[in-house]
Design a protein around this ligand. Structure first.
Ligand SMILES: Nc1ncnc2c1ncn2[C@@H]1O[C@H](COP(=O)(O)OP(=O)(O)OP(=O)(O)O)[C@@H](O)[C@H]1O
Ligand SMILES: [Mg+2]
Length: 509
């Protein structure tokens, strides 16, 4: 292999029971470039990177991988790390209860006479935190920092081990615009220093901004690699190869006919779970009508998720103040279960904590909020459960050979579809969807928008928390703008623009 390439993937095939995740994949990554990998949910992107980095050992896949000119023969990630290859997975892998510096050096601290020199590592960690632009005390416990910072800690950890090839699996999916920009600029800076990166992302705008080459996978096959500049690559060109057809409308149009007010929230305040005197949400009042989509916008940390989770049976916060009315009656759900019984449903942004039981089947996860409905005389009707799960597999195109598959074996985006299916089956009147399309590919996004539109057409209501402004603008009948725990203003669909939302968030008008 010519020196020009740092990584060459040659005819790689990987199978799981009933699934061919990778089907004769071949492409090359040039030394020093930023190479982006695009494809629909379940196309095989994460699997391929696990093959490259030794998560899947050599004898578990077909074909060859060449790295720095030699064929690899890794048995674990440790082997690839030794050769300067680092992978940051889709689901962050830090130890939440350890400090930042312990996470950076975990597993590769040296001891002297059996003793670790902690002060040395605290000092050392500062070097790497500086390089990634994270100005945080290294002794801070990781779980106390946001996802954006945790992402940077992961990169600092990679740098501490000397990286030549950095693989990032959807690094910006949970970041806000500023955090994403920071991270992407960092990758560009590393490129100037000679590092090679492979980035997996569903955000095609950012792919075009940073990538030199884009490779597209579809159904486990490598479709082609584009040279971003020479091929004048556009989002449409990427999408066409990803889904194998043209996607015409990204936001399906809908005639909205909102009815009476179905939910009203008055002077709602929420207090921090640990620091009981800190208000995370401050005196929020809003309403939602039957048959409308209401979006909540604002910067990350504005308190949107906290507001919704606290309304949803106090699933967040040490306590709350204020009133919630559902269909004109005062409601005081004390748990998620009670909230569901009063007609609210919550689709979480975080599929791991509030979301799914990963070691259970897809079927069990989909039915778990609706067992009563699927039972007769207290016994779950197996056939009904299977029918419902099959229906959602088909409608949402959950990519799996069987609904008995364990949920953890699904690709990230397909897990997200299971979370949505579960709430759809529970059939609440008010759907609270928090970042409903995070990690979802462009094609499947449109399908999810179609589903939300259909719900409101049936007279249901949707509350949407979204950090993607185009999505909020494209979908919502009305938008509330939050910042610093407060609702700063309200806009109708026709009034709302990106600029106005920003202006309200920052200036309150
Ligand atoms: N451990 C496993 N057992 C069984 N099937 C698996 C396993 N890991 C992945 N798969 C399957 O392999 C296929 C490719 O999954 P992969 O996670 O690589 O997709 P992806 O392109 O990363 O998708 P996403 O954009 O949703 O993250 C999917 O059909 C997935 O269900
Ligand atoms: Mg993936």
């Amino acid at each position: 292999m010519a020196d020009e390439y740092i990584l060459q993937i040659d005819d790689v095939t990987k199978e799981f029971p009933g699934v061919r995740a990778l089907d004769h994949v071949s492409f090359k990554v040039k030394k020093g470039e930023i190479h982006s990998l695009c494809g629909e949910n379940g196309a095989g992107k994460s699997t391929l990177m696990s093959v490259v980095s030794g998560v899947y050992p050599k004898d578990s896949y077909g074909g060859k991988v060449f790295y720095k000119g030699h064929e690899t023969n890794y048995h674990s990630v440790k082997d690839s790390e030794k050769e300067g290859l680092a992978i940051i997975h889709q689901e962050l892998a830090l130890s939440p209860y350890l400090s930042i510096y312990e996470n950076i050096f975990l597993g590769h601290m040296k001891t002297r006479l059996g003793i670790i020199n902690w002060n040395f590592y605290i000092r050392e960690s500062k070097k790497y935190l500086d390089r990634v632009g994270l100005h945080e005390n290294p002794a801070t416990v990781v779980s106390k920092t946001g996802v954006g910072k945790q992402q940077l800690v992961e990169i600092a950890r990679a740098l501490s081990k000397q990286v030549d090839l950095l693989i990032l699996d959807e690094p910006t999916s949970s970041l806000n615009d500023d955090e994403s920009d920071h991270l992407l600029n960092l990758i560009l800076e590393f490129k100037n220093q000679g590092m090679t990166s492979v980035i997996i992302s569903h955000k095609l705008g950012e792919v075009l901004k940073v990538a030199d080459t884009v490779t597209i996978l579809r159904d486990g096959k490598s479709i082609r690699s584009f040279d971003v500049k020479a091929d004048h690559l556009t989002e449409e060109m990427i999408i066409k190869d990803m889904v194998g057809r043209d996607l015409t409308h990204r936001f399906p149009t809908r005639k909205s006919k909102p009815g009476e007010t179905i939910m009203e929230v008055k002077n709602w305040s929420v207090y921090h779970p640990d620091y009981h005197s800190i208000k995370v949400v401050d005196n929020a009042s809003f309403y939602v009508r039957r048959g409308e989509i209401v979006a909540f916008c604002g910067p990350m940390g504005a308190g949107r998720t906290e507001l919704m989770m606290s309304l949803y049976g106090l699933s967040y916060g040490s306590r709350s103040e204020g009133e919630l009315f559902l269909k004109g009656k005062k409601a005081t759900p004390r748990s998620a279960k009670e909230a569901l019984e009063t007609g609210m449903g919550y689709v979480s942004e975080d599929r791991k904590t509030l979301g799914l039981i990963l070691i259970q089947s897809i079927k069990n996860n989909i039915s778990s909020s609706s067992l009563q409905k699927l039972s007769r005389f207290g016994i779950v009707l197996n056939q009904r459960e299977i029918e419902e799960a099959e229906k959602y597999r088909k409608n949402l195109r959950i990519k799996t050979p069987t609904i008995n598959q364990l949920t953890r074996n699904l690709s990230g985006g397909n897990q997200q579809k299971v979370v949505l299916s579960r709430t759809l089956l529970a059939d609440p009147d008010i759907f609270i969807v928090d970042e409903p399309t995070r990690g979802i590919d462009v094609g499947a996004k449109t399908e999810i928008y179609d589903i939300l539109n259909e719900l409101v057409a049936q007279g249901k209501s949707v509350i949407m928390v979204s950090s993607e402004l185009p999505e909020a603008l494209g979908m919502a009948d009305r938008l509330y703008v939050m910042n610093e725990g407060k609702i700063k203003g309200e806009l109708t669909h026709d009034e709302a623009t990106q600029e106005k939302i920003m202006q309200i968030a920052l200036l309150g008008k």
